[in-house]
Design a protein around this ligand. Structure first.
Ligand SMILES: [Zn+2]
Length: 162
């Protein structure tokens, strides 16, 4: 489009867009802002959707920032509760606070884009694995050679790859 849009160039473009979005007839908008009806109409049809889209994107970014702030605030509260519960020897509350803080951390990481949705299994800290490992090691107690071999294999497998 070679011709400049007098509405896009207008210093009160935001107010004009707002009026159009809220359903003010383009004729009234044209009159109120001293523009030609055809210019307002063309702007409404050809340019307004793009402006709205941009505004919507900006809003989403702002909302994400807001969400991040809220989770950070929640995290501060959870850690505060944890500290107080620990001081008071209230383990039950402390545990709940830890669980809450952990959830907040995951959310923070997700919001920061550092964590994708794929589940990552870390065998070395999984309680089921530690239990199984203890059972295996205990069962091999009388067979020291086999036990040593299994332990070495487990160490190698657990630390080497992944
Ligand atoms: Zn325009």
């Amino acid at each position: 489009m070679p011709r400049r849009c007098t509405v896009c160039d207008h210093p009160e473009r935001h107010s004009i867009d707002e009026a159009l979005v809220t359903g003010t007839p383009y004729r009234s908008v044209a009159k109120r802002f001293g523009l030609s009806e055809s210019a307002v109409y063309r702007h409404k049809v050809e340019h307004l959707p793009a402006h709205l889209l941009k505004a919507e994107e900006a809003k989403e970014v702002a909302q994400a920032d807001d969400l991040l702030e809220q989770v950070k605030h929640l995290q501060g509260r959870a850690l505060d509760i944890l500290e107080r519960a620990e001081k008071a020897g209230d383990l039950r509350t402390a545990l709940a606070a830890i669980s809450q803080a952990r959830g907040n951390l995951e959310l923070l990481a997700k919001l920061a884009g550092e964590l994708d949705e794929r589940p990552v299994v870390n065998l070395n800290v999984s309680p089921e694995w530690l239990e199984l490992r203890a059972v295996i090691v205990a069962a091999l107690e009388p067979h020291s050679d086999a036990r040593g071999a299994v332990l070495r294999a487990l160490e190698a497998g657990g630390n080497g790859s992944a």
